[in-house]
Design a protein around this ligand. Structure first.
Ligand code: SAH
Length: 402
């Protein structure tokens, strides 16, 4: 694959009227079907984008294999992408300094949301984790700028790369393994909202966190009380936040390794005197809710944060049925005055779809729900208003009044 260097002037890609109108509406993607000509354009290169009449639309990163052929990076000409990347990283870090509180773990770069499409960077205390998702971001000159800028600005003990092999295959990039790219340290402890978690980038059970839920953990804790169940608890994100507020907390998950980390996280906080004992249950949440419901178990707080049920638009109906079944079961088990914290990370299930699903579930369960908060992802995952794909997480906190 040829590599773009900063000294060559960008190749030109012409796009259709439909592609151009999408960009004029503020989106940043052009699909392959809207590419008119990209002859001889090197894979992963910086390109100049023109419409079918030859009018310049700006600068973009080109992928020779992805369905998203063009990801715009500027409306202006760009000569040196690594230099632009350095500036955008500085801006992303400054944005977090202004917006992010009560944590030493947060997303530092959220791809399109930080005008760096194809790049994810997370910080877990003194370890920085990066993920490269496109040909352009994989170029050696880009990697070098990325690692040096992250080191200079964040001074981490180490930087690790988290590889998604499927993405590299789709981008036709050579296979690569996850691992340290700078420094030696691969595990640490991070703190969100005063709750501590293990992070281990390499060995044993990989750990990490759903950083996008960080603000929702704190919000949920404000309403949580009594007996609580976190049905898809993973490594304990919600359960650990609820524990100081509740008389009893159970965390269920179908993954035993996730529960083992959850237990280690609980011990960490227990040792600090912050958290009471949590019961961890290895179970399919659908079965757990059904069995516990049948045996008359009731709760005051239930959290539902399942994996994405709709991976594509085609899955939408089945996904909504799945969410409805879960929420219906949970609603039936909540005592009057109880709190439901219910989430969906499926982009294809819109906030409107999700609220409608919840309204239908409440109706079927014969419960009256009052919305306390309709929330989304934490602010370190910035949403670009004109790029709807950057908004994916829904988190609704509601109380049951009868
Ligand atoms: N709330 C967690 C993240 C949950 S991710 C946090 O904030 O950290 C979704 C979790 O659901 C994963 O841990 C996965 O193991 C678990 N899971 C997937 N299908 C499940 C099922 N049917 N029943 C229970 N857990 C399931």
């Amino acid at each position: 694959m040829s590599k773009q260097t900063s000294s060559t002037s960008p190749a030109t890609v012409a796009i259709s009227a439909r592609g151009a109108s999408r960009l004029k509406d503020g989106h940043v993607w052009v699909y392959r079907s809207d590419i008119v000509s990209a002859d001889g354009v090197p894979a992963g290169s910086l390109v100049s984008v023109v419409d079918h009449r030859g009018q310049r639309l700006g600068s973009a990163l080109y992928s020779s294999s992805s369905q998203i052929a063009i990801r715009m990076i500027s409306q202006e000409p760009v000569g040196d992408f690594p230099a632009l990347l350095r500036q955008r990283l500085a801006d992303a870090i400054a944005y977090r300094e202004a917006m992010v509180r009560d944590t030493n773990a947060h997303r530092v770069v959220f791809s399109e949301g930080d005008f760096l499409p194809g790049l994810i960077v997370d910080r877990y205390n003194d370890i920085v984790s990066m993920q490269i998702l496109t040909q352009a971001m994989d170029a050696e000159s880009v990697r070098a700028a990325l690692v040096s800028e992250l080191s200079e600005r964040l001074h981490p003990a180490s930087i690790v790369e988290r590889v998604d092999p499927r993405v590299r295959q789709l981008e036709e990039l050579p296979a690569r393994s996850s691992g340290l790219v700078r420094g030696e340290k691969s595990s640490t402890i991070f703190t969100m909202n005063g709750v501590q978690f293990h992070f281990d980038a390499l060995e044993g059970q990989k750990t990490g966190a759903f950083l996008d839920q960080r603000e929702n953990y704190a919000a949920a804790a404000q309403y949580a009380h009594g007996e609580a169940l976190d049905g898809f608890c993973y490594q304990g994100g919600f359960a650990l936040h609820l524990a100081p507020r509740c008389s009893r907390v159970s965390g269920g998950d179908s993954s035993r390794p996730a529960l083992e980390v959850a237990d280690r996280n609980a011990a960490l906080n227990h040792a600090q005197g912050n958290v009471r004992e949590i019961e961890w249950i290895e179970a399919n949440a659908f079965d757990l809710l059904k069995d516990y419901s049948a045996s008359g178990q009731r709760y005051d707080t239930i959290v539902l944060d399942p994996p994405a049920f709709a991976k594509t638009k085609r899955d939408l109906d089945a996904a909504v049925r799945g969410y409805k079944e879960l929420n219906l079961r949970a609603l039936k088990m909540l005592r009057p005055g109880g709190v439901l914290v219910t989430c969906s990370c499926s982009y294809h299930v819109s906030q409107t779809d999700f609220l409608q699903m919840l309204a239908d579930a409440a109706c079927d369960a014969r419960r009256t729900l009052r919305l306390a908060e309709v929330r989304g992802q934490s602010k370190d995952h910035p949403i670009l208003l004109n790029v709807p794909e950057t908004a994916y997480l829904k988190c609704v906190i509601a109380t049951v009044s009868n």
